[in-house]
Design a protein around this ligand. Structure first.
Ligand SMILES: Cc1ncc(COP(=O)(O)O)c(C=O)c1O
Length: 377
């Protein structure tokens, strides 16, 4: 199997798999218990919190461990809405992950005004539009750092500066950039991270906050009262080790990904000249979405899976009938085009021969499916 779906999830690093067994024995106790074993778990959690706060330049108590980025995003968005009810406008990029978009739409149903920011020709937020729309009624500005479908990177530093000048809170989902590329942390008030996107296990994440948040979960008052629930000690240790490993590998990963991206795009264009690469030039090299002419993304993904290449389509399929991706629609693609997207995303271990083989299979399958255009598998 050639696994090119790392934007969906990553394999757990072998070092972490080995350590999970050791940590499970060593840090089995509840970190909220006051006996010696409980305090040992507590120290492990707090050392990890300090590691993340040092890394992102914030106070340790502003790092809140959660179960995933979806929980982090919901906690930030709904927590801010409850904390500052007099600010009833949200400025959001139209290319957010659903775990940001849907809680914001939930607030819209509760009476908040939601204004979407325009995207310019580079695929990035139109900064003039942001300056026009931001006001003292704005609860927060929300802009994803690296988009999970297209890989487009937003200029968080400039957006953050605009927000700071206007004294408006700035929130960014940095799930797809964390550990891989530099993040201008000092310009971001709130951000969210997910463990399983950086080779830690599923079920752990964290958020960084600035100031107070009204909690989503009430209970034992863990995580400074912001997120009740016993901390996932093993997950927390795993996500720290994952970042440690990424920090050693990220430069090399980006260099290698650029080479792989070049091969992927060049070869796809050579064999399928009508193919469209989304926002080429303004994206990270490790995520690429290609829009295929005539053939549905979902059909490509299923056929490629059977041929040993695991990728994903930009369209969500929750009910059996795929819906066009709101991200690709925001980039100006038609509904039909948005259903023809296929995403390739790399990992540290992805090799040149994997990409060459994947392109070979992709072209072969594309040609086969094209003969049956209009036919859905
Ligand atoms: C950009 C982005 N944000 C949030 C999430 C949600 O992450 P989790 O699975 O940890 O809830 C994902 C996962 O697909 C993502 O890619």
């Amino acid at each position: 199997m050639i696994y090119l779906d790392n934007a969906a999830t990553t394999k757990v690093f072998p070092e972490i798999i080995q350590n999970v067994k050791i940590w499970s024995e060593e840090f089995f106790a509840n970190p909220n218990s006051i006996h010696p074993n409980g305090q040992k778990s507590r120290r492990a959690v707090e050392q990890t919190r300090h590691f993340f706060s040092d890394y992102s330049g914030c106070k340790p108590e502003d790092i809140i461990f959660t179960s995933c980025a979806t929980e982090s995003n919901n906690t930030i968005i709904k927590g801010l809405a409850e904390k500052y009810p007099s600010k009833d406008e949200i400025l959001l990029s139209p290319i957010e992950h659903k775990s940001v978009l849907y809680p914001v739409m939930y607030l819209k149903r509760k009476g908040f005004k939601v204004k979407f920011l325009k995207i310019d020709n580079s695929g990035r937020i139109d900064l003039d539009d942001l300056k026009k729309k931001i006001s003292n009624k704005t609860l927060f500005v929300g802009v994803i750092h690296v988009n999970n479908e297209t890989g487009v990177v937003q200029d968080l530093e400039t957006i953050g500066k605009i927000c700071k000048e206007r004294k408006v809170l700035f929130f960014s989902d940095v799930v797809q950039s964390f550990g891989r590329i530099d993040i201008p942390f000092s310009y971001i008030d709130f951000f969210s991270v997910s463990g399983h996107k950086i080779n830690a296990p599923k079920g752990v994440g964290f958020l960084k906050k600035s100031g107070e948040l009204i909690p989503l979960l009430h209970g034992g008052g863990q995580e400074f009262g912001v997120r009740s629930g016993t901390e996932n000690v093993i997950g927390i240790l795993s996500i720290k080790e994952a970042l440690d490993i990424w920090l050693k590998r990220k430069e090399n990963f980006i260099k290698r990904s650029k080479n792989l991206e070049n091969i992927l795009i060049k070869q796809l264009k050579e064999y399928i000249p009508e193919i469209k690469i989304v926002s080429e030039g303004y994206k990270v090299p490790y995520i690429t979405t290609a829009i295929f002419p005539d053939v549905k993304g979902q059909d490509m993904v299923m056929a490629l899976g059977r041929a040993g290449v695991e990728v994903s389509s930009g369209s969500a399929c929750s009910t059996g009938s795929p819906t066009p991706s709101h991200v690709l629609l925001s980039y100006g693609f038609s509904e039909e085009e948005a259903l023809r997207g296929v995403r390739f995303s790399f990992e540290v271990e992805t090799k040149e021969e994997d990409i060459i083989k994947a392109v070979e299979k992709t072209v072969e399958i594309y040609k086969k499916l094209k003969r049956f255009t209009g036919f859905s598998l």
